[in-house]
Design a protein. Structure first.
Length: 413
């Protein structure tokens, strides 16, 4: 379809685990383990996808990934045997990478086993710094380094951006990974609002946030949650922690009551992860890290880090000096091209595709986030405009309206 209609940029596609699982298992995909026969059929489809030109196989074990009605994304229901079988399809195909968004219960040691069995690279996302458990991300990176020393090919996909998310309680992705939020996920309308008012529901949330966790999006840092849009104009641009202290109430109660009083339309922003810049700088310099993770198309109404490369060049190179320019450019170009086996790209060499960006090192960066209303039905999305960029060429063509992009299908083994 993309080849028929054309694309402004070059595109490569993964075989997605949840899509394959749904195709084979139907409505049971997010509800139960697969049978051996279903796993065998899924494996056939993964091999077929790889032979058709997919760049790899992708899955998620993250508890924050839920679908309609609060059901887990189908990939989360896969047991170890299913994952071994589907990742093994890469060995059968003789190409591709395995990429996953790792839940806290998924161990690097298990992923090293998969890397050894399939003899293919494993990309582990999303490695972000959590100030309430500051060693966790570095423990994962060190475990990846140790696996590499044993001859495996693993890499940790990290973000160079702070994870800041806009949300309303209509769809509070910030909290949906919490176990105590699960009773609210399938509810709508009056039943959902009644659940948010329940004392037992709120107490369970408070208790969970006080317990340490290996990884979760939100950890009760109420001074890092601020009101963006509210009928109470005096509350805007102030943190929930500050507002709750002024009101003499619990911050969770304050946030829920404020939103309930405004039909859940209150817009909040939470600074969730990667807020410690010294820690992020250390992650950027870690030899086992891959600078990536924009999630730019997955949560358009919540956040958009599509400008992560510009942020790397502007903030981390020019402003912070955490990397030299040449190394930052390598991390954005040749390093991922080599990892994913993308041929003829990622470097300025004769015969390579002319995928180029012309920028001013003294001005490059990403602008402040903006909310625009250009999705179907006038729905909103967040965007971050480029700064200091003077041109982008895809396959040697600067006018992207001509759709010069290609669907990439040929990857080195």
């Amino acid at each position: 379809m993309l080849e028929r209609q054309g694309s402004a940029i070059n595109v490569a596609g993964f075989v997605g685990h949840s899509s394959v699982r749904t195709y084979v298992m139907g409505e049971d995909a997010p509800r139960r383990a697969a049978t051996p026969q279903e796993v065998a059929r899924m494996r056939e489809l993964v091999v077929e996808g790889m032979c058709a030109g997919a760049i790899g196989f992708a899955t998620s074990t993250s508890p924050a990934h839920n679908g309609h009605g609060g059901l887990p994304m189908p990939s989360r229901l896969a047991d170890d045997a299913e994952l071994r079988a589907l990742v093994g399809a890469l060995k059968q195909a003789g190409r591709g990478v395995f990429m996953l968004t790792k839940g806290g219960h998924t161990k690097v040691a298990f992923l090293e086993e998969l890397a050894a069995e399939c003899a293919r690279p494993v990309v582990i996302a999303a490695l972000l710094h959590n100030s309430t458990n500051p060693r966790a991300v570095f423990d994962d990176l060190e475990a990846i380094s140790a696996a590499n020393a044993r001859g495996r090919r693993l890499v940790g996909a990290i973000s160079c951006c702070p994870l800041s998310m806009d949300f309303t309680l209509h769809s509070p992705y910030t909290f949906e990974g919490l176990e105590s939020w699960q009773p609210a996920l399938p509810l709508q309308g009056a039943a959902y609002e009644a659940k948010l008012k329940e004392r037992g529901f709120r107490d369970a949330l408070r208790a969970e946030l006080q317990r340490p966790a290996h990884f979760r999006l939100f950890n009760g840092q109420w001074d890092q949650v601020e009101v963006v849009e509210s009928a109470r104009k005096d509350a805007e641009q102030r943190s929930i922690g500050e507002l709750a202290r002024a009101a003499g109430t619990d911050p969770l109660d304050f946030m829920l009551d404020l939103a309930l009083g405004e039909k859940l339309d209150t817009v909040f922003n939470a600074m969730l992860l990667n807020s410690d810049e010294e820690a992020v700088a250390a992650m950027l310099r870690h030899p086992a890290s891959l600078v990536s993770l924009s999630d730019a198309g997955a949560h358009l109404t919540f956040f958009n880090d599509a400008g992560f490369g510009l942020h790397l060049l502007g903030h981390w190179v020019r402003e912070r000096g955490a990397l030299v320019l040449e190394d930052a450019v390598r991390r954005l170009t040749s390093a991922p091209a080599q990892l994913f086996g993308i041929r003829g790209r990622g470097a300025l060499k004769p015969g390579y595709a002319a995928d180029l960006m012309l920028f001013d090192p003294a001005a490059v960066g990403r602008g402040a986030k903006q909310r625009v209303f250009d999705l179907p039905g006038g729905r909103p999305r967040l965007t971050t405009p480029a700064q200091g960029v003077h041109g982008v060429w895809v396959n040697g063509v600067r006018d992207l309206r001509r759709l010069p992009g290609r669907v990439l299908r040929d990857f080195s083994a």
